[in-house]
Design a protein around this ligand. Structure first.
Ligand code: ADP
Length: 566
């Protein structure tokens, strides 16, 4: 940099991001942040430019989960910020680290109806754990550092940084920029650890004396990279385990102690449940009867004290999942115990698993054409399992597609499943695919999603092609939400009775042609052989592809497995 040169807010923010360790950014450029994006690219950040901030935000949220470093979303002011809230709220609800940075209108013109004016700090409040606005250029390095740090500190979540147009246009000298950037580099120590020896003893004693123990783990354990510690605990003690949907793969679904296929029995009858990095929310039936026994003793491991206070478990261990599991393993090592295969509880779970797996296989063996959900799902399962390690990252959304996929698809490696998550967010698919491909270069990413989920962000297939990402999107096309127009003729009344049903899309939509418009590869399939060929070709090509799988519109259930809520 020439002596006497000046640095503006955009360039300073870009450099501050690099100083904070940011390697990737997702977003949509425009006023006033285009220069921030180009400066960031020049400084070594890979910027993935999307069509819509919503998808870019979903990408940033999933990137944070997959990498453990906050995913960064860049948006323009006003409406761009509002669109980005989809991603920020998704990160916050899933407890994933993410930073949203938005440009905002000129401070001097705020309140006068400026271009894209919005009180963005107020707008992000319900969806972020920390937010800040730089009111002058000199604050940028410190605030960038702070949002990036806070997003991943303690319980991960969403943070927001507001950069007004006038601040982005202010300038300072190169030497002042350098000194501000180096001042902001103070190391920030994460003080999360394990728990006291007494609590660990209590936890081990509860497990040791249980008659029907169960280990449940979720995406918090995946985020903590606790897979090796979990494996050691499960294999040392012989206790059956149950992953939540996104916990799947931390220990292979094919592990002999996996209770996934005996879920109702496992949660209904266990007397002590060690729950690691998973909230006792709707996904786990709130930990309440009738799904759980009223006498079950929960040992809850969570980084968040508030979460533990909310659930009031028998024993709460607040700290990092991996460290706490390591403490538990150490305690057990000195005085080992193991439930062994012939223990009545382990045997009962194993018997139920075998029965249910056999039932499922019987259902999967029936080849149904026109396709139901099971026939293509089995073919996809086998094609994914045939891939060498590292296993493909699976992205799954939709009602029936996600429900059936969760039961049929097999996860063998950690953090290989991204789905609608805690919030049941639909439309995350393409953003998650892009995040997964960017976070793990070269790894195959496979999306299995309904046509409705796909449609939320289908334009991002162009983004896949533009960056040549190895993503194969498999669309289960049944002509709409739950299955298109399935009304009885006597239900169709009123002045708009000629309109298509609220649940329907154009039947037989040619989604495969959409990607071809941009130079990607499209397939349409309606038979097992066609699907097998499309999978074989697209998986080995590792290029962007869409496989349009035509499904019988009458095959799915309305609202999938959540009919009682619709
Ligand atoms: P799932 O959807 O898989 O059930 P949840 O999102 O409900 O998982 O729960 C994840 C939990 O993990 C959150 O309550 C979060 O506070 C917690 N968590 C996040 N990081 C860690 C960590 N490093 N150690 C322990 N718990 C964690």
């Amino acid at each position: 940099m020439a002596e006497g040169s000046v640095v503006d807010g955009n360039a300073l923010a870009a450099r501050a991001l690099v100083h904070a360790g940011v390697q990737h950014m997702f977003g949509v450029v425009g006023i006033p942040v285009t220069s921030l994006a180009t400066r960031a690219v020049a400084a070594g950040v890979r910027f993935i430019a999307f069509h819509n901030e919503q998808s870019a935000g979903y990408a940033a949220s999933a990137y944070g989960y997959l990498t453990g470093s906050p995913g960064v979303l860049l948006t323009v002011s006003g409406p761009g910020c509002v669109h980005g809230l989809a991603g920020l709220s998704n990160a916050q609800t899933n407890t994933w680290p993410m930073v949203m940075i938005s440009g905002s209108c000129d401070q001097a013109d705020f309140g006068k109806g400026d271009f894209q004016e919005l009180d963005q700090i107020e707008a992000v409040k319900p969806f972020s754990k920390f937010s800040a606005k730089a009111t002058e250029i000199t604050q940028i390095p410190r605030l960038v550092r702070e949002v990036v740090h806070r997003a991943a500190a303690d319980r991960p979540g969403g943070c927001y940084l507001d950069l007004p147009t006038d601040v982005l246009h202010q300038t300072i000298s190169e030497s002042e920029a350098e000194s501000l950037l180096s001042e902001s580099e103070e190391p920030q120590i994460r003080e999360i650890g394990g728990v006291g020896a007494l609590e660990i003893e209590k936890a081990v004693s509860l497990l040791r004396h249980a008659e029907r123990p169960l280990i449940v783990f979720g995406k918090g354990a995946a985020y903590a990279r606790a897979e090796d510690s979990l494996k050691m605990l499960v294999e040392r003690t012989g206790i059956p385990f149950l992953p939540t949907p996104m916990g799947k793969g931390l220990l292979s679904d094919t592990h002999e102690l996996s209770a996934t296929a005996a879920r109702s029995l496992a949660i209904g009858k266990c007397d002590v449940a060690l729950v690691v990095g998973a909230r006792l929310n709707w996904l786990l039936h709130f930990g309440e009867p009738p799904r759980w026994s009223k006498d079950v003793k929960f040992i809850l491991v969570d980084i968040s004290k508030e979460e533990i206070e909310l659930r009031k478990p028998h024993l709460g261990l607040a700290g990092d999942a991996k460290q706490i599991l390591d403490q538990i393993n150490k305690e057990i090592k000195d005085d080992p115990f193991c439930f062994g295969k012939s223990h009545p509880w382990v045997e009962a779970i194993s018997k139920k698993v075998k029965e249910n797996v056999a039932k499922m296989e019987l259902q999967l063996e029936k080849v149904v054409v026109p396709f139901n959900f099971f026939t293509p799902m089995k073919i996809i399962r086998d094609a994914i399992l045939a891939q060498k390690s590292p296993a493909p990252i699976l992205v799954s959304e939709g009602a029936n597609t996600m429900d059936v996929g969760r039961a049929v698809l097999v996860q063998t490696e950690p953090r290989t499943r991204l789905d609608a998550g805690t919030w049941g967010t639909m439309g995350v698919g393409l953003g998650y695919c892009i995040a997964a491909a960017v976070a793990s270069p070269g790894r195959l990413v496979v999306a299995v999603e309904g046509d409705s989920g796909f449609g939320f962000s289908a334009m991002e297939v162009e983004t896949l092609v533009r960056y040549q990402l190895p993503v194969v999107v498999i669309v289960f096309n049944n002509g709409g939400v739950y299955g298109g127009d399935r009304r009885n003729p006597d239900e169709i009344t009123g002045p708009y009775k000629e309109d298509p049903a609220p649940t329907s899309f154009v039947p037989g939509a040619a989604y495969h042609i959409l990607i071809e418009a941009f130079g990607g590869k499209g397939y349409v399939v309606g038979s097992p052989e066609e699907l097998k060929t499309a999978l074989a070709e697209s998986f080995s090509a590792r290029k962007p592809a869409v496989i349009n799988v035509i499904i019988d519109p009458y095959a799915g259930a309305e609202s999938g497995r959540m009919q009682h809520k619709n």
